[in-house]
Design a protein around this ligand. Structure first.
Ligand SMILES: *Cc1c(COP(=O)(O)O)cnc(C)c1O
Length: 364
């Protein structure tokens, strides 16, 4: 069959990490703890109620959910200026990011990010015919802010995307660094939106602030979050962002009508009402992360500072072989990042013990 495939899509394969049924799934940064029964019950009740009206389209503007998200983010990040009209949401922050590209990217426009970083960024750009360029991070995976500012000045990107904490390195930005990038974006003729992707924000170490705290003074910044990681709701598919109202108003234009199903809205609201129970193990995951980092360093690996629920480690001589050796022992991690590096998501104490034992066996 002859299919009129877009030339730039020819030969490409779909994005996705393996979803193998192994004992320790440590490859996609999920929260390893399932929702507690009380939260499962609350979600079930909420979905039951939504089901009684499934003949109707859902609330297109998901106002109640946006109010709940504003309240949650205000508490979590210690900010008090957020209202429903400052919040946008979609089916995972992946879709939120797509909306940003549909609204602010497009042919002849450029999105700039800092490599190594999240492997979906080039896909949002590709799908919206936006040019995607990256600047390399420093050896320790921090961003050379002076160089970044110069790059923004010379390329005039309409989108500057920075994950903080960054995936796959775990590196977080300071508020001064965010301010410097925002200032450079503010000087781009025609405008530039700074996207701070805080998918892992809830795992940040004490004293590391969210970019949300400086949102009032930066009208062209968006702070993106998700319920997929710390929230233990990856299966619920709910991502969101906070921004000034003018930004939200543009995103409304590009979304498909009724993009957030009534079932999704009900699930997310019930989960938000129980955010403490759902995130009960975040402190434990953080402690397990710090222990994992210490252990990996003691084994002689380089591990960048991480504020997320994963650790990047290297050098590994033959990472494909290590990947297969771990998998044979029931441990699934990720071959990602610069050559010689691998990423392990932080699981339960038992899963991390499995990981350590398996890694010792495979590399001895
Ligand atoms: C996991 C992740 C996301 C979240 O994606 P969802 O679509 O919300 O599940 C966003 N950004 C980064 C950098 C991630 O690693």
């Amino acid at each position: 069959m002859v299919l009129p495939i877009r030339p730039d899509l020819k030969g490409l394969t779909p994005y996705g990490a393996p979803q193998d049924d192994v004992t320790a799934r440590l490859n996609v940064n999920e929260n390893p703890y399932a929702p507690p029964p009380s939260v499962v019950d609350a979600i079930t009740r909420a979905v039951h109620q939504a089901a009684e009206e499934l003949n109707r389209y859902p609330d297109r503007d998901f106002t109640a959910l946006r109010q709940d998200l504003a309240k949650y983010l205000a508490t979590e990040s210690n900010v008090d200026f957020l209202e429903a009209h400052n919040i946008w949401a979609a089916n995972g922050s992946n879709e939120v990011m797509l909306h940003l590209h549909q609204a602010f990217g497009g042919p002849g426009r450029t999105a700039l990010s800092f490599a190594p970083t999240y492997s979906m960024y080039p896909e949002y750009a590709r799908d919206t015919l936006t040019d995607y360029v990256t600047m390399p991070r420093r050896e320790d995976f921090s961003i050379d802010i002076d160089a970044a500012v110069a790059e923004i000045e010379s390329r005039n990107p309409t989108l500057v995307i920075v994950a903080s904490p960054n995936n796959p390195t775990g590196t977080a930005l300071s508020l001064d660094e965010v301010r410097a990038l925002a200032a450079a974006c503010g000087k781009v003729p025609g405008g530039s939106v700074l996207v701070v992707d805080e998918a892992y924000a809830e795992f940040r170490r004490r004293g590391v602030p969210s970019a949300a705290t400086i949102l009032p003074s930066i009208p062209h910044m968006v702070v993106s979050r998700t319920m997929s990681k710390a929230f233990a709701l990856a299966g619920g598919r709910l991502g969101y962002l906070a921004a000034h109202r003018e930004v939200i108003d543009v995103l409304k234009v590009v979304r498909l009508p009724y993009h957030l199903s009534a079932v999704t809205q009900a699930t997310a609201r019930a989960a938000l009402a129980h955010h403490r129970a759902l995130q009960a193990q975040v402190d434990e995951i953080r402690a397990e992360r710090d222990d994992t980092v210490d252990w990996l360093r003691a084994q002689g690996y380089t591990v960048p500072e991480t504020d997320a629920n994963f650790a990047l480690f290297g050098p590994v001589k033959d990472r494909e072989a290590v990947f297969r050796g771990l998998l044979a022992r029931g441990v699934l991690i990720r071959v990602t990042g610069p050559e010689g590096y691998m990423r392990v998501s932080i699981g339960t104490a038992r899963e991390m013990a499995m990981f350590r034992n398996a890694l010792l066996e495979v590399t001895s």
